[in-house]
Design a protein around this ligand. Structure first.
Ligand SMILES: [Zn+2]
Length: 393
């Protein structure tokens, strides 16, 4: 009995010690960023450490306001002062974001809209971010699909329906990895930067698509500028793109590593895939492991099966095109990994690591325009073969 009482005392002492510390832990609001477009807005809330929120929509007639409280939260000293009270957004369906204090340690964030449609919310870590993808309701618009055709009931997602109905691809977003202050991987000996190579391959790819097909192509960047990983997918979502292809160059400490590999978004158990994702996300490999539970919800809404098919088509065709002209092209295959740049993409989305700039022979080849053209050509044939598999040329 005595021992039992001591246990209770220890428990009470411990809990009274732990609780206030837990309550007092302050999370700092570092920034609120937004990417606003006419029908779609992505908002990113940057915080100093993890904080889960519960958002609500005010039940006014037009559903114009969404709000949530950040508890135990203060503005960071780095928080931009012009965003302290409200952030006015001129374009897009989101009109403004208001921030206000509720007591000493609670910040209320309010999004004001014309009209809120469907939205997704998810978290990213290292650094911690809350991301909102908000869509404007377009009830009055004509439906995308011909409603006289009844899609089979056993289909899992809209893209499978698109496949069944023979709806093709119209708009392709190509994402040249890195840019501006983020050079990506660097090979100092050969003086090559990933950001320059990805941009050149993307531009070549755009030219090839324009010359040989009717598809509209949009690049996430046309020059050497920094774009956050969150904005890249936001561009694809806002343009209602049908495909999203992110182009990167691989790098490994083992200089003999070489070849081509293509990824789609999912959890990775393969240590190599975890390493590549950590490198591209600018996070640690430990963070990738912690992403599993956070990404579970997001992956459910992602076009995994279509992305996998696109991945196969692109991987196979890059390798085929390169092997037609070059020797020792390693096919490292199609893999899955949690790349931030693919998170929240509403269309089939892949990330291609088109060669290793850390490998001497591939670095030498990457310096030539003809090698980069052959890669671009391979991606093009990959896109065409995917579209053909949809039943449309
Ligand atoms: Zn990269």
């Amino acid at each position: 009995m005595k021992r039992f009482s001591i246990c209770i005392i220890i428990f009470l002492t411990l809990s009274s010690f732990i609780s206030p510390v837990k309550q007092q832990k302050i999370v700092y609001l570092e920034n609120i960023r937004y990417y606003a477009y006419p029908d779609y807005t992505r908002v990113v809330i940057d915080l100093s450490s993890p904080l889960k929120i519960k958002e609500k929509i005010l039940p006014d007639q037009n559903k114009t306001r969404l709000y949530f409280d950040l508890k135990n939260c203060k503005l960071s000293s780095e928080y931009p002062c012009e965003k302290t009270r409200e952030i006015i957004i001129d374009s897009g369906n989101l009109k403004k974001i208001r921030t206000g204090k509720r007591g000493n340690y609670t910040r209320r964030i309010v999004f004001e809209f014309d009209h809120i449609g469907k939205y997704d919310k998810f978290y990213l870590i290292s650094p911690f971010r809350i991301v909102f993808d908000i869509f404007q309701d377009r009830k009055k618009e004509k439906p995308i699909y011909n409603t006289s055709i009844t899609p089979p009931k056993n289909l899992k997602d809209n893209y499978s329906i698109a496949r069944q109905l023979g709806l093709g691809v119209h708009r392709i977003v190509i994402d040249p990895g890195h840019g501006g202050k983020d050079p990506g991987a660097i090979n100092r000996k050969f003086k090559i930067y990933e950001k320059n190579l990805t941009l050149d391959i993307a531009k070549k790819l755009k030219k090839i698509i324009k010359q040989h097909s009717i598809y509209e192509v949009i690049l996430t960047r046309e020059d050497d500028r920094y774009i956050s990983l969150e904005e890249r997918t936001a561009i694809a979502n806002s343009k209602k793109a049908d495909l999203f292809i992110s182009i990167h160059l691989n790098s490994a400490p083992r200089k003999s590593a070489r070849g081509v590999e293509t990824f789609y978004l999912s959890f990775a158990s393969d240590p190599w895939a975890i390493r590549v994702a950590a490198q591209e996300n600018a996070t640690s490999t430990k963070t990738i492991g912690e992403l599993k539970s956070i990404l579970e919800q997001i992956v459910k809404n992602t076009k995994i099966s279509e992305s996998k098919i696109l991945c196969n088509c692109i991987q196979k065709n890059i390798v085929t095109q390169l092997r037609n002209k070059y020797r020792k092209i390693n096919n490292l295959g199609v893999k899955k990994a949690p790349f931030y740049v693919l998170v929240g993409a509403r269309m089939p989305a892949v990330l291609a690591e088109v060669s290793f700039l850390s490998n001497s022979q591939e670095a030498k080849r990457l310096k030539t325009s003809s090698y980069r053209y052959t890669i671009a050509n391979g991606i093009y044939y990959g896109i065409i073969s995917y579209i053909k598999s949809l039943g449309k040329k």
